[in-house]
Write a protein that binds this ligand. Structure first.
Ligand SMILES: [Zn+2]
Length: 499
C-alpha cells in the first residue's frame, strides 16, 4: 500500500493539466545481437549466448547488425519520422553490474529516426502523439537477486548475472510532451502504447510481449496549473509491464502530484517504481540529467548513412496503421461497433482473424474467443493469446460442430482438452470417443424409451404443448451422455408422437 497522500482525480483535473511523456523500449527479434553474432534466443541457459564483444573483453570490436538498422528505419517510417541521412552511435557512460563495458552503446544527439507523429483514438476522440525520436541501442544483461523473498535486491544474499541479453538490439521510442489530453491522459497513454504494440507486431520486427519484457514502457507525467504553458516537474514511472498498468500508474501519479502541489509542496524529479499488487508507485532514484552520462561518439563504429533509395524501398513495406487494418477486417466480419470495440479491448482481433482465415465464420470465431476462451483467460489472469489454443484449433472445433460430429456442449469439453494439451480437436474427439451418435436406430431406441417412461409429458406434446418437448429432449440427451444432436432428437420426438 502507499503511504502518500492522494487527491481525488476529478479534483486534480479541475485545477491542473497533465503533460505526458512516454519512453518505450522495444526488443527487436533479430536472430543475432546488435554488435556481435551471438544468438538472441529467449530462455537459454544463463551465459551461453555471449562472446568477447558482448562481454566487453579487451580487444573485442563491435560490428553493426544490418537487420537491426532496417527494423529501426521501418519503425521510424511507421511513426511518420524523418530518417537521418547520417548518424552515429554514442557511448552512454555509467557503471552497472549488468553492463560489462561500463557504457551502453546508444544514440544521443544523432538518432536514426526523428520528428514523427501518430494519431490514436480514445472513445472516438482523436489525439496526436508527437514523436521526438526513435533511436537504436543495446540491452543490458539481467541481474538475479538470490536468497530474498521478493526477488528484489533488498534482502537478497547475493546476485547472479546473466549476460545472454547483453547486446540484444533495442529501439527506444521517445515522445515529445503530450499536452491537451485533459482527464483522458492515462487512457491516451494506454492507447498510444497499444498502438505501438500492434504496429510493431504488424511490422514483424519484435514479438512485443510486455510480460516478457520485449516491450517496456517508462511513463512520465507532470502537472501544470490550468491555463499555464510551463511544464511542471515530472516523475518517471519505470518498466510498467501491461497496458492496464500504464493507465493505472499514471492515474496514481496524477493524484499523488495533485496532492503535493495543491498543498503548496514541490514534486521531486525522480524515477518511481510501479507496484502491481498494491497499485501504487514508490520513489526510486533521483533522475539523472543527460550531461551526467558523458555521452560521446562511439569511436569503434562507423557512422550509418542509409541511402534514400533504401529508405524508400523500406517505406513500401510499411503495413497500414492498426486502426485502418481493423476497420478493413470488420468490413468483411460485419460486427457491430460495440462488438468490435469489445474485440479490440480483449485483444482478440488477430486471434479472430486467424480463426476466420482457418475457415470459421466471423460470428463463430467471435463467439468462442469472446465467451468461453475470454472467460478462461480472465480466470487465469493471462491474455487471450497466451492460452495454449490457436485460431486453427478453434476453426477445427467449429468445423466438427458444423458437420454434425459434435454438439456445442461437447465442443466445450474438446476446448478444455485442447487447453490441457491433449492434442488437436479432431484427435481429442477420436481419442475420447466424443462423436455424436448419428445412428438413427440407436437414437430412435432412446427416444422410444424416454416417451414410454414419461407418458404424461408425451400426452401434453400430443395435445400441442410444444414447450413440453424440451423435457424429453433433455432426458434423451442425458441417456446419450450429451452425444446426440438436439435438433435431430427434437424432430424424432415430434415425429414419433405425431404418428
Ligand atoms: Zn556476443
Amino acid at each position: 500500500m502507499s503511504y502518500e497522500e492522494l487527491m481525488d482525480y476529478d479534483e486534480v483535473m479541475e485545477s491542473y493539466d497533465p503533460a505526458l511523456g512516454l519512453e518505450v523500449h522495444v526488443e527487436l527479434n533479430t536472430h543475432s545481437k546488435m554488435f556481435c553474432s551471438c544468438s538472441t534466443q529467449f530462455g537459454a541457459e544463463p551465459n551461453t549466448q555471449t562472446c568477447p564483444t558482448c562481454l566487453g573483453l579487451p580487444g573485442s570490436l563491435p560490428v553493426v547488425n544490418a537487420k537491426a538498422i532496417e527494423s529501426a528505419i521501418r519503425i521510424g517510417l511507421a511513426l511518420n519520422c524523418s530518417i537521418s541521412t547520417w548518424c552515429r552511435f554514442a557511448r552512454k557512460n555509467y557503471f552497472y553490474p549488468d553492463m560489462t563495458k561500463n557504457f551502453q552503446t546508444s544514440q544521443y544527439d544523432e538518432p536514426i529516426c526523428f520528428d514523427g507523429q501518430v494519431e490514436v483514438e480514445v472513445d472516438g476522440q482523436p489525439f496526436i502523439i508527437p514523436i521526438e525520436r526513435a533511436h537504436m541501442e543495446e540491452d543490458a544483461g539481467k541481474s538475479q537477486h538470490m536468497g530474498g523473498t521478493t526477488g528484489r535486491i533488498q534482502g537478497a544474499d547475493y546476485s547472479l548475472m546473466d549476460y545472454n541479453r547483453a547486446g540484444v538490439p533495442l529501439i527506444e521510442i521517445v515522445t515529445k510532451p503530450i499536452m491537451a489530453t485533459g482527464p483522458q491522459a492515462p487512457a491516451v497513454a494506454r492507447a498510444y502504447v497499444g498502438f505501438l504494440r500492434d504496429m510493431i507486431r504488424a511490422l514483424g520486427v519484435s514479438d512485443v510481449r510486455m510480460e516478457q519484457g520485449s516491450l517496456r514502457c517508462d511513463a512520465n507525467v507532470s502537472l501544470m496549473p490550468k491555463g499555464s504553458t510551463t511544464l511542471g516537474t515530472r516523475t518517471e514511472t519505470k518498466n510498467v509491464n501491461s497496458l492496464r498498468s500504464i493507465e493505472k500508474a499514471l492515474r496514481f501519479e496524477i493524484c499523488r502530484q495533485g496532492a503535493i502541489l495543491s498543498s503548496g509542496g514541490q514534486v521531486v524529479q525522480e524515477t518511481r517504481h510501479w507496484h502491481e499488487d498494491g497499485a501504487y508507485t514508490s520513489a526510486g532514484r533521483s533522475k539523472e540529467e543527460a550531461e551526467d552520462y558523458r555521452y560521446f561518439p562511439e569511436p569503434d563504429l562507423v557512422p550509418i548513412a542509409p541511402s534514400r533509395e533504401w529508405v524508400e524501398e523500406l517505406r513500401a513495406t510499411i503495413p497500414e496503421p492498426p486502426a485502418v487494418h481493423i476497420a478493413g477486417l470488420n468490413k468483411t466480419w460485419g460486427f457491430s461497433d460495440l462488438e468490435m470495440r469489445d474485440v479490440v479491448n480483449a485483444e482478440a482481433v488477430d486471434l479472430i482473424h486467424a480463426t476466420v482465415e482457418a475457415g470459421a465464420s466471423p460470428q463463430a470465431a467471435r463467439k468462442w474467443w469472446m465467451t468461453e476462451l475470454l472467460r478462461r483467460a480472465n480466470a487465469e489472469s493471462i491474455s487471450l493469446e497466451d492460452l495454449p489454443i490457436s485460431g486453427e484449433h478453434v476453426a477445427e472445433v467449429q468445423r466438427l460442430i458444423d458437420s454434425g460430429l459434435i454438439s456445442d456442449k461437447i465442443a466445450r469439453q474438446v476446448i478444455e482438452a485442447v487447453l490441457a494439451g491433449e492434442g488437436s480437436p479432431t484427435q481429442i474427439v477420436e481419442d475420447r470417443g466424443l462423436t455424436l451418435v448419428s445412428d438413427s436406430v440407436t437414437l430412435q431406441k432412446a427416444v422410444d424409451d424416454v416417451i414410454e417412461a414419461n407418458p404424461d409429458i408425451a400426452q401434453k406434446i400430443r395435445e400441442g404443448k410444444d414447450q413440453a418437448t424440451g423435457a424429453l429432449i433433455g432426458q434423451v440427451m442425458k441417456q446419450m451422455s450429451g452425444q446426440a444432436d438436439a435438433a435431430k432428437v427434437r424432430e424424432m420426438i415430434i415425429a414419433s408422437l405425431a404418428s
